[in-house]
Design a protein around this ligand. Structure first.
Ligand SMILES: [Zn+2]
Length: 199
C-alpha cells in the first residue's frame, strides 16, 4: 500500500495460526460410539485438551466435555441433516455457535471469532482503557444512573458527595478520578489535532 493512503488499523494479526486447531470431522466417530471417556490422539494438545467425556442429553444430542483449568468446556456435536454430506458441526463453548473448527487456546477451546474478540480487547487503545476505568470509578462513586456519569466532557468537580460517605473518603476517591482525567485529556487533544490535520 503506498504511503499516505492508509488510515486506521490495516494490520491484521495472525491470531489463529498460533493455535492448534481441532476439526469437527474428527468427532464424527463419537456420534455412534458408546458414551464415556475418550482421548484425542495429538502431541500438540495439552493433557487437559485431550481428555474428553462423551455424553448425550435428553433430546439425543451428543456433547463432549473437556475439563481445562478445572472448568468444564462443553462442546455439542451437531449433525446438519439438511446437507447431503451430513456435515458435523461442533459448538464453541463461548458463543455457542456451530463451527467447523475450534482452537486450543491456553485454558480453553474457542472459535476463531471469540479468539479475535479476545485479542481486540487486549489491543484496545490505551485511551479507551483509560476512559473505561474513569467511567467505572465514576459509577462506583456516584452510581450508575447519575446524569452524565458517562459524559467525559462533564466536569466532576461540582458533583456532590454521596450521602453517608465521609468527606475524607469522598475527596480521596474524587481526586483519584481527577488524576486519571488529567491523563486522559492530552490524549483527546492529540486526537483532535490529528483529526484537524486530516480535514
Ligand atoms: Zn465462539
Amino acid at each position: 500500500m503506498p504511503k499516505g493512503h492508509h488510515y486506521g488499523r490495516t494490520q491484521t494479526r495472525a491470531y489463529t495460526g498460533e493455535y492448534h486447531r481441532i476439526n469437527a470431522n474428527a468427532f464424527k466417530s463419537l456420534l455412534t460410539t458408546p458414551l464415556g471417556s475418550y482421548s484425542i490422539d495429538s502431541e500438540y494438545l495439552s493433557a487437559n485438551h485431550r481428555k474428553l467425556v462423551l455424553k448425550e442429553n435428553k433430546n439425543g444430542v451428543r456433547y463432549v466435555t473437556f475439563t481445562i483449568n478445572d472448568k468444564p468446556h462443553k462442546i455439542a456435536l451437531k449433525l446438519d441433516n439438511r446437507s447431503a454430506s451430513n456435515k458435523l458441526y461442533i459448538t464453541c463453548p463461548y458463543c455457542q455457535k456451530q463451527r467447523q473448527h475450534l482452537y486450543a487456546i491456553k485454558h480453553a477451546y474457542a472459535c476463531r471469532q471469540c479468539i479475535g474478540l479476545h485479542y481486540a480487547s487486549q489491543s484496545e487503545r490505551p485511551q479507551d482503557r483509560l476512559i473505561r476505568r474513569i467511567r467505572k470509578l465514576r459509577k462506583e462513586l456516584w452510581g450508575f444512573d447519575w446524569p452524565d456519569v458517562n459524559n467525559m466532557f462533564e466536569n466532576i468537580h461540582y458533583w456532590p458527595k454521596p450521602k453517608g460517605m465521609r468527606w475524607k473518603t469522598f475527596y480521596m476517591k474524587r481526586d483519584k478520578i481527577t488524576e486519571l482525567e488529567k491523563i486522559y485529556w492530552p490524549f483527546v487533544d492529540s486526537q483532535i489535532e490529528k483529526l484537524s490535520y486530516l480535514l
